[in-house]
Write a protein that binds this ligand. Sequence first.
Ligand SMILES: [Zn+2]
Length: 189
Amino acid sequence: MHGQYRHLTEKPPVDMKETYRWLKSLNIPAATEGLVVAAQDQAFRTQYYERNILHRDVSPTCRMCSVGLETVDHIVAGCSALAPMDYTDRHNQVASIIHWGVCCHFGVPVESRWYQHHPDRLVDTDNITMMWDTAIPTARKINSNSPDICFKTKKTNTCLLIDISCPPDGNVARKQAEKLTNTATCGWR
Ligand SMILES: [Zn+2]
């Protein structure tokens, strides 16, 4: 399985430099680093791995949903049994970190640690207005009208819409296109 991850990510729009930056800058123990890289290479003993790499007589089907093949990618981002809770929690945590970062950037008082941050639905200061997971009223009905974060910079009178997705590495391009299509459908730029 070695090299699977590199094979999946070595194409646009994946930014290889940013993708591997954590290996140089996080200063984490070698064992932890090895564990993450093994997961990225799909080299965990999932049911799929047991069946197809170790040639054991087991079903390769996911033990959680009994539908998909139990690969690392499936567990991380493709399992219907994990989607309602675990994936939603992860999505909200990632969005919360970005919300916290924007608040810090614009001097909005927040907790000192990102993991203690609980976004308010509305932040309104002299500089910005920021909405969290809030539907934006539109003249005509559109389906994707609730970006995760929408913030307006009052000085420049511009809005930035931020929508989060946590796809598996091989799915980044498709998710990015999907998000941009949703935005274009709304007439937002
Ligand atoms: Zn599953």
